[in-house]
Write a protein that binds this ligand. Structure first.
Ligand code: TRP
Length: 355
C-alpha cells in the first residue's frame, strides 16, 4: 500500500520550538527517509477560523509566516506538497457528509476539544464550526488517503475520532476510506515542551514561547529567564531535574556533540542531571549551556528562513502549485465518496431508476 503523510498547523502565529520538536522535526525526517510516496503539509486556515472568526486578517498574515517556518525547518517543496486548507472546497464538502456519522456526545467527549473549550472560555457558547473541527480534521486526513499523521500527542484524540469516522463510513457505504495512524516523536521530552515560564504548554497567548524566527539575542534572553526548580535556591542545594523546564529542553534539544563543544567537563546529559540533583551546580551554568545548544540548533533554521524571506514570490508559487496539486487529489477522493454514497447522480444512471 502507498504510504501517504498528511499533517498541518493552524496559522495563528509564527511556529515555535514546541512545534519544532513536537512535529516539524519528525516530518522532515520522514520526508527525507524516502519511505513515503506522497507528503501533504497543510496550512489549516479554515480550522484557525473556527476560533478566530473575527480575526481573518490575523489568519491571513500568518499563512506566509507558517510557510516560511516550514521551509526553514527543511520541508522540501520538491518532496512535500504544501497547501492552504480553505482553497480546497472538497474538504468542506467531505466534512458535511462525515457530520452525519458522528454524534454530538462523541465530539463532546473528545479530550482535546474539551480542553480547548475550557481554554477559550467557550463553555457557555461554543461556535458550531469550532465544535465540528475534529470532523473537518478527519476530512483533511482522509481526502488524501493518508496512512500516517506525524503530530503531537494532543492530536491523538483527533486521530481516534478520524479512525472511527473511517470505520463507520466504510461499514455503511463500502470500503472507501483509509484508516490513518499517528506518529509521535520518539523522544518523550519532545512530546510536550513546556513554556519558558514552566506552564504545561507553549502558547502564544501565554507569551511563553521561543519562536523559530527569534533572533539570537531574544533566544538568549528567554533562555536565561527560564523557570527552573523553585526549591533550588542556592547553588549548593540539591535540585530537581524532573519537570524542570531547563532539563526538559536539554532532553529535547541537546546532542552528545554539544557536550563535546560547549561543556566538555561532563560526559553527557545524565552526568549533568546527576550533578544538579546532588547539589553544587548553578542554574546559570545550565542555562548558558542550554542557550549554546538552542543557538546551535536554531541558527541554521533562522538562516534558511531569512533566505526564503528574500524569495517571497517563490514561496507564493510553492503554495499555489501545492494547493493546485492537493485539490486534484481531494477531488478524486470526493468522487469516490460520492460514488460510495450513491450521490454521484449525473455520473451514473442511478437517477433514472425510479425505485
Ligand atoms: N489541529 C492541528 C493544529 O492544531 C492542525 C490540523 C488540521 C491537522 N487538520 C489536520 C493536523 C490534520 C494533522 C492532521 O495545528
Amino acid at each position: 500500500m502507498k504510504q501517504i503523510i498528511l499533517t498541518g498547523d493552524r496559522p495563528t502565529g509564527r511556529l515555535h520550538v514546541g512545534h519544532y520538536v513536537g512535529s516539524l522535526k519528525e516530518r522532515v525526517q520522514l520526508q527525507n527517509s524516502g519511505g513515503y510516496q506522497e507528503i501533504y503539509i497543510m496550512i489549516a486556515d479554515a480550522q484557525a477560523l473556527t476560533d478566530n472568526a473575527e480575526h481573518p486578517e490575523k489568519v491571513r498574515q500568518n499563512i506566509m509566516q507558517v510557510a516560511l517556518d516550514y521551509l526553514a525547518c527543511g520541508i522540501d517543496p520538491e518532496k512535500s506538497t504544501i497547501f492552504i486548507q480553505s482553497m480546497i472546497p472538497q474538504l468542506t464538502e467531505l466534512t458535511f457528509y462525515y457530520m452525519n456519522l458522528v454524534t454530538v456526545s462523541r465530539v463532546q467527549r473528545n479530550p482535546t476539544v474539551k480542553a480547548e473549550i475550557k481554554m477559550r472560555n467557550f463553555e457557555a457558547s461554543i461556535p458550531v464550526g469550532f465544535f465540528c473541527y475534529p470532523i473537518s480534521q478527519a476530512a483533511d486526513i482522509t481526502a488524501f488517503k493518508a496512512t500516517t499523521v506525524p503530530a503531537g500527542e494532543d492530536q491523538e484524540p483527533m486521530l481516534e475520532q478520524c479512525r472511527e469516522i473511517v470505520r463507520k463510513f466504510n461499514e455503511v457505504y463500502g470500503e472507501t476510506l483509509v484508516e490513518p495512524k499517528i506518529v509521535l516523536p520518539s523522544n518523550q521530552a519532545c512530546q510536550r515542551l513546556p513554556g519558558i515560564d514552566g506552564k504545561a504548554k507553549m502558547s502564544k497567548s501565554l507569551g511563553n514561547c521561543i519562536y523559530l524566527s527569534d533572533e539570537p539575542e531574544e533566544i538568549k534572553k528567554k533562555v536565561m529567564s527560564m523557570f527552573t526548580d523553585p526549591t533550588h535556591l542556592r547553588k549548593e542545594d540539591p535540585g530537581h531535574t524532573e519537570g524542570n523546564p531547563v532539563f526538559i529542553y536539554l532532553r529535547a534539544f541537546s546532542k552528545p556533540e554539544h557536550f563535546t563543544e560547549f561543556l566538555p567537563e561532563y560526559a553527557g546529559l545524565e552526568e549533568l542531571e546527576e550533578h544538579y540533583r546532588r547539589g553544587g551546580l548553578g542554574d546559570v551554568k545550565v542555562k548558558k549551556f542550554l542557550n549554546n545548544v538552542m543557538q546551535a540548533e536554531l541558527g541554521p533554521i533562522r538562516e534558511r528562513r531569512n533566505m526564503w524571506e528574500q524569495r517571497l514570490p517563490e514561496v507564493y508559487e510553492i503554495l499555489r502549485e501545492g494547493t493546485k496539486k492537493a485539490e486534484a487529489v481531494a477531488a478524486e477522493t470526493l468522487q469516490d465518496v460520492r460514488r460510495a454514497m450513491k450521490i454521484d447522480y449525473f455520473d451514473s444512471g442511478n437517477l433514472m431508476k425510479l425505485s
